[in-house]
Design a protein around this ligand. Structure first.
Ligand code: ADP
Ligand code: MG
Length: 628
């Protein structure tokens, strides 16, 4: 059993425990935490307030990294540079004589806010530019690129004369908010923590939405998400910019807390520390950012005190111990410490806040083409992988209201053909039309938008997410609400509708009892059915199924056949790749047979079963025996 499956099963087990109504909801725990912090704020010693302020500032950056790295799967070592952009922008605006001259007449209290605007705008531009270049890089190249620009920006800060070089800038004024001075760290801390908690709230909302499902697919399911209509490149850029803006915000607050800045806190070491915070806290969990920032602040603090006494000399030894501890923690808690903490809380009676959704709004409905309409038309599709001819001059069409089966031995080129007609890959030659529209060069999300739904031979589900969540991603294109609406919870009617639609398809596919279980906890055959439900949630006109019956038991196969038959009667066009000949022969209206990438037969099940070339392909050259 894979680690993912194992932990998914554990989640499923804990889900059963959570289903009870006893215990405290998470939301009340958060409220209690905020209240305690608010009440204690006035009486905590200065020293603690300073520590909490730094924790808040670091957590803002780590929060962006949780989104970027933990959720979105893009590792960045360079976030400290964005913190620097935010800090230097406001420091320059507030201290440069040119700016003072240009903004002559404006009250000085406005300057820090102008600095904030400049910092965010600058960060936006820089992040968009860096994102355009680096986010396309795969594998280890992206993290390496973040190191490169992290270093570049750091040296830029130190070498620009008007930013004070390595000495930096001093005399940065305190913030004033609605006439109140935030010169006292205790006062500024209120703003820091308010912004941090607001950011947690907004990001929590974002992740719990249509857009959140798309974001969660970025890490391991980009190809799948594209087939559900998600523009994954755009989502990646947005997450990247979001993380950068949070870092810049932290930098702005830092500059007005510290009141002087130099390049040191924006160097690569600190960038690595931010990443540690996100990863140690729990890279996929928003609260993990707070936990990580707290732990690392406390640890550094302690180590700086203890180590000199222990070793009898001073130096940067804490960095070494720090690194070793980090390795130990990650070895023992690969998902960070937050899941462990959450597990303790669960044992003490905490339970997730149940979703409260309003009445669903109606979703757009796509009228199905009339029976017999040609939905997919492939003409002379050829695909070469180097010297290998995976598809050779394959022509085939799928009409509304029919089940068309594509069969052939392993390696015949069936999955390759699926990729050709769903935009996952482009044919070397030939043309594919969808609903009469030529689709050459279009991405798979354009196919989804025009009414194509598909499943994958190798199941592509987000294993840790619930079946419901996975299926709802299939309905992505039927929703409109974007990031901002999701963050502000303005998407609830639509979200209710998307989840209701997902639930309807899950019930229709006979998986209602598993709706809230993590997808990876289901048997592989059932996971294939989840993929069908996900495709149906997009309300497709044409459905491509790659070996949907593999791994199903006899009764489950019958249920699947009944479902596909019903879909056919509703007017869908279905193209199915399947190895179970009994299943195919009983269900299909027409069959196309591929062998070595070439169509060797085409016709009704009866015709195909008699075809000597088919018999030869399946049974060797002697041709004895039958396909069924
Ligand atoms: P089927 O689905 O009918 O079993 P496939 O379409 O998966 O067959 O594969 C057809 C042939 O193309 C096989 O020989 C396979 O090894 C090859 N092939 C498939 N995808 C690729 C790829 N991305 N690069 C190189 N060869 C590939
Ligand atoms: Mg295949």
């Amino acid at each position: 059993m894979s680690a993912e499956t194992r932990s998914a099963r554990a989640h499923a087990a804990s889900g059963a425990v959570q289903a009870g109504t006893g215990g405290i909801e998470h939301r009340w725990l958060v409220v209690a935490l905020v209240l305690v912090l608010a009440l204690a704020w006035g009486v905590l010693p200065d020293f603690t307030i300073t520590l909490l302020n730094y924790i808040g500032l670091h957590a803002l950056v780590a929060l962006g990294l949780v989104m970027l790295t933990g959720v979105g799967g893009m590792t960045s070592f360079g976030q400290a540079a964005f913190v620097g952009l935010g800090a230097y922008a406001t420091a320059w605006v507030c201290t440069a004589p040119e700016v003072a001259a240009a903004l002559d007449g404006l009250p000085p209290a406005v300057l820090p806010w102008a600095g904030l605007l400049l910092g965010l705008a600058l960060t936006l531009v820089v992040a968009l530019a860096l994102g355009a270049v680096t986010l396309r890089l795969g594998g280890h190249y992206l993290p390496l690129a973040t190191i490169a620009w992290g270093l570049s920006l750091y040296f830029l800060f130190g070498n620009l004369g008007f930013l004070g070089g390595h000495t930096g800038l001093t005399g940065i004024p305190p913030l004033t908010l609605a006439g109140v001075s935030l010169a006292d760290p205790r006062a500024l801390g209120v703003l820091i923590w308010t912004l941090l908690l607001l950011a947690v709230w907004a990001l929590h909302n974002l992740l719990d939405s249509r857009e959140g499902r798309a974001i969660r697919a970025l890490k391991s399911g980009r190809l799948m998400a594209e087939s559900m209509g998600v523009d994954t490149a755009r989502q990646r850029t947005k997450v990247f910019v979001l993380a950068a803006l949070l870092a810049a915000l932290s930098g702005w607050l830092y500059a007005h807390l510290q009141r002087f800045i130099n390049p040191t806190p924006f160097n690569l070491n600190i960038g690595i520390e931010y990443l540690f915070m996100a990863v140690v806290g729990g890279s996929g969990h928003l609260w993990g950012a707070l936990l990580g920032a707290t732990l690392i602040a406390l640890l550094k603090e302690q180590l700086q005190d203890i180590l000199p006494k222990l070793l009898g000399m001073s130096g940067n030894f804490e960095i070494i111990v720090f690194g070793l501890l980090m390795m130990l923690v990650l070895q023992r808690y690969a998902e960070g410490l937050w899941p462990t903490l959450a597990g303790w809380a669960r044992r003490l009676g905490a339970r997730p806040t149940p979703p409260r959704l309003p009445a669903p709004q109606p979703l757009p409905v796509r009228p199905l083409p009339s029976p017999g309409t040609v939905l997919i038309e492939a003409r002379g599709v050829t695909k070469r992988f180097g010297g290998l001819l995976a598809n050779s001059q394959v022509s085939l069409d799928v009409r509304a209201g029919e089940v068309h089966a594509l069969i052939g031995p392993n390696g015949a080129g069936k999955s390759t053909f699926f990729n050709m007609i769903s935009g996952v890959d482009d044919p070397t030659e030939g043309e594919v039309r969808l609903m009469g529209e030529p689709m050459t060069g279009q991405p798979s999300r354009a196919f989804a938008r025009r009414g194509l739904g598909r499943t994958f031979q190798h199941v592509r589900l987000l294993g840790q997410r619930s079946v419901l969540d996975n299926v709802a991603l299939g309905a992505h294109l039927r929703g409109r609400r974007g990031w901002l609406a999701s963050m502000l919870r303005l998407d609830r009617h639509e979200e209710a509708a998307l989840l209701a639609e997902a639930m309807r398809q899950i019930e229709r596919c006979g998986l209602a009892e598993h709706a809230h279980a993590p997808a990876a906890s289901l048997a592989l055959g059932q996971q294939r059915i989840v993929e069908i439900a996900r495709a149906l949630a997009g309300q497709p006109a044409v459905l491509l199924l790659d070996e949907p019956a593999a791994g199903l038991r006899h009764l489950e196969k019958q249920a699947l056949a009944a479902l596909l038959d019903q879909l056919r009667r509703e007017g869908l066009g279905i193209l199915i790749v399947e190895h179970d000949m009994e299943f195919v022969m009983n269900l299909a209206d027409r069959i196309t047979v591929l062998d070595f990438g070439t169509v060797i037969a085409h016709g009704s099940p009866a015709e195909v079963q008699r075809d000597p070339r088919v018999l030869a392909a399946y049974l060797g050259d002697d041709g004895s025996g039958s396909v069924a």
